[in-house]
Design a protein around this ligand. Structure first.
Ligand code: BTN
Length: 244
């Protein structure tokens, strides 16, 4: 079911309510406390973009396999954008870029069932996939110099309801592939769509040190592989940032 709200704090928080089940979509025309990655806010003007969360039942995945879900979601977004003739890439871990502009942000919230068994990781129970798609916005806060939108990429305004329906169809396909065990195909497709794959670029460590490197791929667990002058290095989320 699709649930439409004129205003919410955050669709992710709303999606935690047990009344929503697998496949439900919570859409907000405006969020007063939209959440972004790394504790940031996600602000989006009323009536121009899409802000929603999809509730998914993910109890077939271990907590340490959650990167697979992220891959399925990122690929569904790339698939949907390709339906509109937009050639998008996945900026590790799951920002969607068109050229050097971010068009989609994703934030996934998981419920994990803990285990007492020593050395065992818990299982996921359900996940809230929060997605913010810049659809028709053309002017952005100067503090977001790399922001873009589908309208800027295509040169025309798009029907937001249709964008959401197309994404939902693409997500259903990718989620089915994940659930039925087609993991290698997801990993292969994710690899093929990595932003800056094989291109030398600038990166920064959390202490601000900058270095040049070339992305060579992503490990199945989600670590980013960057070839540096000191050799191939693996980075976990938050251990490296892109200088764009
Ligand atoms: C990012 O920082 O790139 C992730 C942004 C995710 C934004 C979406 S908008 C709908 C959903 N509800 C939220 O509060 N955040 C996500």
């Amino acid at each position: 079911m699709f649930y439409y709200f004129d205003e919410l704090g955050s669709t992710i928080d709303e999606g935690r309510n047990a009344k929503y089940g697998h496949g439900d979509v919570i859409v907000a025309e405006f969020q007063t406390a939209g959440r972004g990655q790394r504790g940031r806010r996600w602000n989006s003007p009323r009536g121009e973009n899409l802000m929603f969360s999809v509730v998914l039942e993910t109890s077939f995945l271990r907590a340490d396999e959650q990167f697979l879900l992220l891959q399925a979601v990122a690929l569904a977004l790339v698939d949907m954008l390709a339906d509109y003739g937009i050639d998008a890439r996945i900026k590790w871990t799951n920002d969607i870029y068109v050229g050097d502009r971010k068009v989609v942000g994703v934030l996934i919230d998981h419920n994990v069932v803990a285990t007492d068994a020593p050395g065992k990781t818990g299982m996921l129970a359900r996940s809230g996939v929060g997605v913010g798609i810049n659809v028709n916005q053309k002017e952005f806060d100067p503090e977001l110099p790399n922001a873009g939108s589908m309208a800027l990429a295509t040169g025309c305004d798009l029907d937001r309801g249709e964008v959401l329906e197309r994404f939902y169809a693409r997500l259903s396909e990718r989620f089915e592939a994940l659930k039925s065990g087609r993991r290698e195909a997801l990993q292969r497709d994710y690899h093929a769509n990595i932003y800056l794959l094989g291109v030398e670029a600038d990166y920064a460590l959390p202490d601000g040190t900058r270095f040049k490197g070339t992305i060579r791929g992503v490990e199945p667990g989600g670590e980013l592989l960057i070839e540096t002058r000191e050799g191939l290095k693996k980075f976990l989320y938050r251990e490296v940032s892109f200088i764009i």
